[in-house]
Write a protein that binds this ligand. Sequence first.
Ligand SMILES: *Cc1c(COP(=O)(O)O)cnc(C)c1O
Length: 410
Amino acid sequence: MSEAKVTRATFDQVMVPCYMPPDVIPVRGEGSRLWDQEDREYIDLAGGIAVNALGHRHPALIKALMEQADKLWHLSNAYTNEPALLLAKRLTELTFAEQVFFCNSGAEANEAAFKLARKYAWDHHGGDIGKHEIISFKGSFHGRTLFTVSVGGQTKYRIGYEPVPAGITHLPYNDIASLESAISERTCAVVVEPILGEGGIIPADPAFLHAARNLCDQYKALLIFDEVQTGAGRTGALYAYMNSGVIPDILTSAKGLGGGFPIGAMLTTRRIAASFGFGSHGTTYGGNPLACAVSGAIIDILDDVDLMAEVKRKSDLIVSELHSLNQRHALFSDIRGRGMLIGAQLAHHWQGQARRLLDAARDQGLMVLMAGPDVIRLTPSLIIPDNDIHEAMTRLDRAMNQLISEGPES
Ligand SMILES: *Cc1c(COP(=O)(O)O)cnc(C)c1O
């Protein structure tokens, strides 16, 4: 295959049209910078979508991948392998969890979590009381398989795919009263993102998470934290639950866990894991040596209090620079988030126009994300250099100027 013979136009010819990429095609990266086919340079505050936790081409990850690539790629789960066992040991040492199920994505980790919650209820409470209901929250995102879009709280991802699995209720996020009235003996699980990611970078109230924990205990339901976006150091803790004072029964992780190499994991206790006995669930690629070797190298780097403190300092730096930009432009009504998961809510006149700012930023050599039509989302590398932050803010300033000079769309 020869280089540069493919362009954005090729996409429309040969790719299923479920994505709409811009005209630029990035071809290489280094740290928090990217270069496209025309060798234009960008600062990357997207990091995939909160995936490249250590930026591009991190030497320790390249080393881990290359060394494993030269040893053993794949065995299937008919055999176990050293990188998977070492990673599972590390994850269980560092979290509440005692056992781990590996898969390849966030959706698969959640699929496993929801299936396990139903199976656990069935094992312990029998099928007769119908303890199979799952409570989740409006605006939440849990993946794109049929079960995970059904549990997810965004109707638009379900339309046209019905009938969807039954027994799922969507409640307002951060609303303790509605959770109190909806939960029952029939609830097998409550699933919550500690910070709504795709749904607008909205942190959970600590009181809401505590209430969810207490209600789950009262009704013998499992509390699942979807940490696919908030995990792997993103918020300045290895997992966001660690700063919430609430311990879930099941935790799902992906995105940053692989730093760009596909991996997902479901973490739980031994007692709950027992409901996934031999033959009850599985995957061909899950826990493959390549992914686990890379992820092991990431976890080794993230298990560092100084690095986590740096994430918080860099976060404060970005947030304060955003505030000072906004003092001049008044484009945002709110700037919020934790660590390297930051959202800027567009002010009233600019509602629905996040895409325009995203496009203007790219024109200025800056990659950012949206979290819904009204929120600009920044999920940079956890180790982005301060210089790149300053330069990114200069470029964002230009993009904001450009947008303002064009004026809001009515
Ligand atoms: C991205 C995301 C998922 C889905 O992960 P995939 O790897 O795309 O399947 C699930 N939950 C949350 C909170 C996410 O941000």
